[in-house]
Design a protein around this ligand. Sequence first.
Ligand code: ZN
Length: 281
Amino acid sequence: MNRYRSEARSAHYRVSGRETEKHRKAGRRQKRKDKAVFYSVSFIIICLLVFICGFTCVDKYRSRQERTVERTGVKAFEESGAGKKTGTMQNGQADASAWNLRLVNASHPIPASYPIDITLLKNGQSVDSRIYRDLQDMMDAARNQGLSPLICSSYRTADKQKSLYEAKVSTCMGQGISRKEAEKQAAEWVAPPGTSEHELGLAVDIVAQSYQLLDKGQEETSEQKWLMKHCSEYGFILRYPTDKSEITGIGYEPWHYRYVGKEAAEEIMRRGICLEEYVQM
Ligand SMILES: [Zn+2]
């Protein structure tokens, strides 16, 4: 009886031992599984954190850059005394001496000591600090319409204007005409130094990114169509319209915008006149 019991017990132990071993193996397998799940989840979380962190940092960097440009503009704007109101009409007459209505053309050169305070734009161009905000607003509004306007020329020093003019004269002379004749032809497209609005810092040449040629084809781009329709809302006019070359002395330039202030711009564009006609009213 005792022997039988003890055999039965040892058989029971053998069975239990095998089962315990099975359990241990299953446990180890489970642990390995748990570990694999733990490492996978940790890896995914770390990746997500790195991604979010990187994204936030880039975003912060970008907005810091934008704020820097914005602050520089505002600082220059305030220092230049541009808080002064823009000049418009007084008793039915345009205030031609106002900074925003200053007429510059072949017969109205820029004074030798014309003071200018410029603000640098993000793309390396620069403008008179007083027009920076309105220009920025106009560009932002155009971009919000899905357009891609590009400022390809803005403030120019007298030296820069001189080299552009001389290059144009040389091109014209290449057609076999005299220097005097070449100068006359060149002046229709590039103002001689001292007579370009670009030297005032109040003019910008804006083209469509998809079409950057300075020719009549510009007017067909969506960017120019939008700018011609809305520029006056931001104080700009299309300075050299197609039908005013005889008065302005400059050929049609559907890319050259000049800042004159919102009130004057609205009237000039609405009446289809040019700056010469406006200031001589
Ligand atoms: Zn221009």
